[in-house]
Ligand binder design. Structure first.
Ligand code: RUQ
Ligand code: CUA
Length: 769
């Protein structure tokens, strides 16, 4: 078994040194032939050329899309539309160990609602943290509509760090939206409900059911939301919908739509007309304009009150202090989007064919002159529509959401009923272009489209239905994100991407070079608290401790490590009934050398990225044999990265048996192995010779590989010393096994060396000596 591997290594090296890399040739003929065979047009080829990303290429933008009721966030690249990651947020994600390791279970526990674990979320709107209105690439926030929660994701490692539960709401659609410097993350209630957790009859809807807008204080230094510094502005039971934060001149304000200001309560089963009839009968609903800066000041001055332990600014206080205003907006509005310059807000009514552009300046003038057309039943002043409106544009049927271009005054609005995108000028209220979408577009998104300086370039249509666009996969269809080129006067459809998780409502795209994710953690890191783990373990310090309390309840704490290709410990013995905690630190420093940890029958699955410490705790309540292993194919000896949890019956006494190796080794075996190792070393030296004779230090990737290989060779030296010591004792059994372990490390080093060598060849390294 050893010889062929050695030969293979030698051949690989020889081939690399002796021959230039082979020149690829097209097997399938010329471009024209491929076009003909696949039925592609010139236009298709152009679209392909705009999206195709050759192997090793990177995308210009990174998209964070809501995963809808999958409770996750989907990450993909633009223009390639290649999927890069699902981030576990409200839903367990086993590959990442999310919701399986103790550390992330603690995050998910923050999201309990009324003491109940909620293991999904209905995510709608992701938002990237902003500095001076620009995406800064540090954090991502996303809401859960069904259970009013917000999650904080750190873009340093793309992991969910925190969840907060709204103390007042029972649902929460209009979030997450950040203010200009991420002072606050805004979320608005959707379905009105009593703030109290108690039963309140629907007959008291007008008096006791409430909506509201919550301003979650974000503590940038800690990278966490601070619930104690957050507050809610009380609002009538108007089904608040989407929101947006002011920017530039409108900074300090926020805007929230509503869609059932009729305050209608359905009840088909009671013979009443349904919600949908009663909630769309009036011609207008209300845009809520909130001066959150003033609201925050009032809360700080003690003008609010505590409800369910949270700060609330009551409607009367908000009204008395010019904090809350209403403005009529066309029938069943959905999106409200503040323009990049912060001067206007665009509102679309689902049941109106217009988009309405409101002027922030006009709104402020009306407030200054106290010019109101009426007050609503809760005493909130209503600014007349004509006093706030800048212009309206007839766009088409079912306008929903608006995004902005890099070019001034240019906006794109989704037309749900028409299945189209309208490009228009919101300063002049003029339509410029329309493009068909397949089918029923909801949100749309331009590059950095929520920032003060959108990039334009591309637009993604987030469609509600895919119908016939893809190969059928049963009654539940994939979602369809369509990539559109908006760099010219006319929009051009480039690509359809099926998304296998849904329903993605909204997405945000950031310039990829603004993201600076790490590739490893500091050794022994708890990635969820972002602190050194109390369970971090260094090589050689692995240990297992068992302690019992006075009642005879015992805990076993395992402080272990993982490194190619073994888990320490490899045998864990506990007693039936013990509570077992296994803490594993991944000792790897090499990029992408993640180890997994799965165990039979205990619902255990960890992902331990380089440097991370992850833990699992369970009760070993049944005696038995429970194999465990690494779930990431991390090296040639990955399958051997294994171990046993032995759960002995209570009161089990060892029968004094001895472990016997099934295969016996002789002096000759040992010497044969040493011979192989010496030959392998010669191969490694050749590779090292190649690398060091080139300018490898100019390639950070290679430098990292060389560092890793040097580590592996260090381990090889240790194993070699052990083998020699055993040989001196004439213990040929262990001498041979340690010699083999020495070889294992050599193979890992050789593998890294070859990868480094290939990289140098492919990237035009030059000979330096
Ligand atoms: S949604 S399709 Cu933003 Cu929740 Cu509009
Ligand atoms: Cu570690 Cu496979």
């Amino acid at each position: 078994m050893h010889i062929p591997m050695k030969r293979a290594l030698a051949m690989a090296v020889g081939a690399g040194i002796g021959l230039a890399a082979a020149v690829p040739t097209w097997a399938a003929g010329s471009l024209e032939e491929v076009m003909e065979e696949r039925g592609l047009t010139q236009k298709d080829l152009l679209a392909a050329a705009k999206t195709y990303t050759p192997t090793g290429g990177r995308d210009e933008y990174m998209v964070f899309a809501s995963g809808g009721q999958s409770g996750q966030v989907i990450v993909y690249g633009i223009p390639s539309m290649r999927l890069l990651k699902y981030i576990g947020v409200f839903t367990p994600e086993p590959w990442q160990g999310y919701g399986f390791d103790d550390e992330s279970k603690a995050v998910m526990a923050q999201g309990r609602v009324r003491g109940k674990d909620i293991t999904y979320g209905d995510t709608h709107h992701p938002a990237i943290s902003e500095t001076k209105g620009e995406y800064d690439g540090q954090y991502l926030f996303i809401n859960d509509k069904a259970n009013p929660r917000v999650a904080v994701i750190d873009l340093h490692d793309f992991e969910t760090k925190q969840m907060v539960v709204n103390p007042l709401f029972k649902s929460q659609h209009g979030g997450a939206f950040v203010t200009e410097n991420t002072e606050y993350v805004i979320t608005a209630a959707q379905y009105a409900a009593p703030y109290s957790q108690d039963f309140v009859p629907l007959e008291k809807f007008n008096e006791e059911y409430r909506g509201g807008i919550t301003y979650w204080k974000f503590d940038r230094d800690k990278g966490r939301i601070d619930p104690s510094a957050s507050f809610t502005v009380e609002a009538p039971p108007y089904s608040q919908d989407l929101s947006d934060a002011g920017k530039g001149p409108s900074h300090g304000w926020s805007f929230t739509n509503s869609f059932c200001t009729e305050r209608y309560i359905g009840g088909i089963e009671r013979g009443r007309p349904p919600f949908e009839a009663g909630c769309s009968s009036k011609d207008t609903d209300f845009l809520h304009a909130v001066n959150w800066q003033k609201a925050a000041q009032l809360i700080a001055d003690g003008k609010g009150k505590k409800v369910n332990g949270a700060d609330l600014l009551p409607i009367e206080v908000a009204v008395a202090n010019d904090v809350l205003f209403l403005i009529p907006e066309p029938k069943s509005p959905h999106g409200v989007d503040v323009t990049p310059d912060g001067k206007y807000l665009v509102v679309s009514g689902k049941l109106d064919s217009h988009a309405s552009v409101y002027s922030f300046e006009k709104i402020q003038n009306a407030i200054k002159n106290q010019k109101f057309e009426a007050k609503d039943p809760y005493g909130i002043p209503i600014i007349a529509m004509e006093d706030a409106l800048h212009t309206q544009a007839e766009l088409g049927l079912g306008p929903l959401h608006t995004q902005f271009d890099s070019e001034k005054c240019i906006a794109y609005t989704s037309l749900y009923v028409d299945s189209m995108v309208a490009k228009w000028n919101y300063c002049e209220g003029k339509v410029l272009d329309k493009l068909s979408i397949h089918y029923n577009i909801g949100h749309l998104m331009t590059m950095e489209g929520d920032s003060v300086t959108p990039d334009g370039k591309y637009l993604v249509a987030l469609n509600k239905l895919a119908i016939d666009r893809f190969n059928p996969v049963g009654p539940l269809h994939p979602q369809n994100h369509q990539l559109i080129d908006i760099s010219g006067a006319q929009m051009q459809l480039l690509y359809d991407m099926p998304l296998p998780l849904g329903e993605p409502h909204y997405a945000v795209a950031i310039k990829a070079d603004k993201l600076k994710p790490g590739v490893r953690y500091k050794s022994g890191w708890d990635s969820r608290t972002d602190q050194a783990s109390p369970y971090r373990t260094r090589a050689g310090r692995e240990k297992t401790e068992r302690t019992c309390d006075a009642d005879g309840n015992c805990r076993v704490e395992v402080y272990g490590t993982t490194i190619r290709s073994h888990i320490t410990p490899e045998i864990i013995q506990v007693q039936e009934g013990d509570t077992v905690s296994i803490h594993l630190t991944n000792l790897e420093r090499a990029q992408d050398e993640t180890h997994g940890f799965a165990m039979y029958g205990q619902n255990v699955q960890l992902s331990i990225e380089p440097g991370k410490t992850a833990s699992t705790t369970f009760v070993a309540d049944q005696q038995g044999v429970f194999p465990y292993y690494c779930t990431e194919f991390c090296s040639a000896l990955h399958l051997e990265m294994q171990g046993y949890l032995l759960v002995t019956p209570k009161g089990y006494e060892s029968e004094g048996l001895v472990l016997e190796d099934a295969t016996k080794y002789s002096k000759e075996d040992y010497e044969g192995q040493v011979g192989t190792n010496i030959d392998t070393q010669a191969v490694i030296d050749m590779v090292v010779g190649y690398i060091t004779s080139h300018n490898y230090k100019d390639f950070p990737t290679v430098v990292a590989l060389v560092e890793d290989a040097t580590d592996q060779l260090g381990f090889a030296e240790e194993a070699k010393a052990k083998a020699k010591a055993k040989a001196d004792e004439k213990d040929w059994q262990d001498a041979m096994l340690w010699a083999n372990q020495w070889w294992q490390y050599q193979v890992k080093a050789a593998d890294l060396g070859l990868r480094a060598k290939t990289f140098l060849e492919e990237n035009g390294a030059v000979k330096v000596k």
